[in-house]
Design a protein around this ligand. Structure first.
Ligand SMILES: Nc1ncnc2c1ncn2[C@@H]1O[C@H](COP(=O)(O)OP(=O)(O)OP(=O)(O)O)[C@@H](O)[C@H]1O
Ligand SMILES: [Mg+2]
Length: 450
């Protein structure tokens, strides 16, 4: 059963139930009201009958046999019953023993208890009987035919049944209509989802013009599509950039290898140079590949998140840099600091910053490293970064024109940015007075988004 059928059936069922319930309720209320009217007329009649007796005279009264005398109504029949249950007197001298029920007889014998109402079948019609003790061992019975009430109720029953049937039909139509209109946005969303999975076109969007649950679902769906689209685009970009960057070292590797294959150069010293070149290119290539893997790695792979001493990471990185750049003086101004994150990734980010500083420092230049709280800053006294390049230094593979002859692939700062962001922090570039470059890496004290 489809969801819309279910909604249609539920709605129709609810409306139909309401229609039938209302019809039944109306019938019951009508019945009670009609009977209550009859009962009131019988009570009035019995009172009138008792009061019409001549004062101080011996009863029996009322003056039976004169229809219409009782409370001025011709439609009320009265008779009196003695203690033995025998009808003593009756209107029109036509006693009706069918009206002497067991309850009336009991009332007549005991002369106690309250007045009682009853419905009796007499001559094929329903009769409402009201019995009330009037003393002297006599019970007065006043009765009124329910034929008219029955007729009205019959008629109403038919009419109300018709109303209920029409109600059920309307409910069916309403249910279908409600299901159709209420599910329009769902159907629209479904169509788009089907379209996206069929065409894999993530640029599709659902119109989310309402502010209700479905509108929110549509909005969130659009957000999800947007995120997927961005992520897919950046992955494609990374692959395109990477293959482009890999081609250059591969081409020169190939050229050198072909040279060697042809037995050139013959001079052993030159040959040695070519081989050293080859090894250097191989190294660049493997660094590039590991950088790429670092960037493309799915953060959900099991990396150990722990409390990391940022000052110790800086010390380790500086120790390595001192070997790599013996002519540069690295100075650490570190206070004990702990951040929450993946140690190897943080070390990588700090190393990348220090590597740049070392690479761009003039011989004998000073690199100042400072650790404060969950921040580390690196400052060098090299050429610095031109204001127009500030936005691009963190882009993958971007290198300043002046950097082209130095080793590197332009992935270093992209990795720093990635590490900062996955650790809930950020990396910023500041322009210090006195030139040089100044990088501030802030790591979130909160746990890593893994
Ligand atoms: N401390 C710095 N001083 C001057 N320029 C810098 C500095 N750090 C980065 N840059 C500029 O930003 C560019 C990008 O830096 P990034 O670290 O991403 O790449 P790279 O150092 O060239 O290569 P890799 O780090 O991948 O070996 C550099 O090529 C350089 O032009
Ligand atoms: Mg670098």
């Amino acid at each position: 059963m489809t969801f819309s059928t279910r909604v249609a059936l539920l709605t129709a069922g609810a409306v139909a139930l309401a229609a039938i319930g209302a019809a039944i309720l109306m019938y019951v209320v009508l019945q009670q009201q009609l009977v209550a009217q009859i009962d009131q007329s019988l009570i009035d009649a019995s009172r009138a009958a008792r009061e019409s007796g001549p004062r101080g005279q011996q009863r029996p009264f009322p003056p039976f046999g004169d229809p219409g005398r009782i409370a001025g109504r011709g439609d009320v029949f009265a008779q009196s019953v003695d203690a033995s249950g025998k009808v003593v007197r009756a209107d029109l001298n036509q006693p009706d023993s069918a009206l002497v029920t067991a309850a009336v007889r009991r009332l007549a014998t005991d002369q106690q208890g309250d007045a009682s109402f009853d419905v009796v079948a007499s001559d094929g019609t329903h009769v409402r009987v009201y019995a009330v003790p009037i003393g002297n061992g006599t019970t007065l019975e006043v009765a009124r035919s329910l034929a008219e009430v029955d007729r009205v109720l019959d008629e109403s029953r038919n009419r109300l049944a018709l109303v209920a049937v029409v109600g059920v039909l309307v409910a069916g139509a309403l249910g279908t209509f409600v299901a159709r209109t209420a599910l329009v946005p769902v159907r629209r969303l479904t169509n788009i989802v089907e379209e996206v999975s069929r065409t894999r076109d993530l640029s599709q969007r659902v119109s989310a013009d309402t502010n209700d649950e479905l509108g929110r679902l549509a909005t969130q769906f659009n957000v999800m599509l947007g995120e997927l689209e961005t992520s897919l685009r950046s992955q494609r970009q990374l692959v395109a950039d990477a293959s482009h960057e890999l081609r250059t070292p591969l081409t020169s590797l190939r050229t050198n290898l072909e040279l060697l294959e042809r037995g050139q150069p013959t001079d052993p010293t030159e040959r040695g140079h070519v081989i050293t070149d080859l090894v250097g290119q191989m190294e660049r290539l493997s660094t590039l590949v590991s950088d790429l893997i670092d960037l493309a790695r799915d953060e959900k792979t099991q990396l150990i998140v722990e409390d990391v001493r940022l000052d110790q990471v800086a010390e380790d990185a500086i120790a390595e840099m001192r070997l790599r750049y013996p002519n540069v003086r690295f100075q650490l101004d570190g206070a004990a600091s702990t951040v929450n994150g993946v140690r190897s990734r943080i070390l990588r980010a700090v190393t990348n910053l220090l590597d740049n500083a070392g690479k761009w420092s003039p011989p004998g230049g000073i690199v100042e490293v400072s650790v404060r709280g969950n921040e580390i800053t690196v400052r060098d006294h090299g050429p610095g970064i031109a204001p127009e390049d500030e936005q691009r230094v963190f882009d993958r593979f971007w290198r300043a024109p002046a950097a082209r002859q130095l080793p590197g692939s332009g992935l270093g700062l992209a990795i720093v940015k990635d590490v900062a962001e996955t650790h809930g922090g950020r990396v910023t570039l500041e322009r210090p007075t006195g030139g040089g470059a100044f990088f501030r890496l802030r790591l979130g004290a909160a746990s890593v988004k893994a």
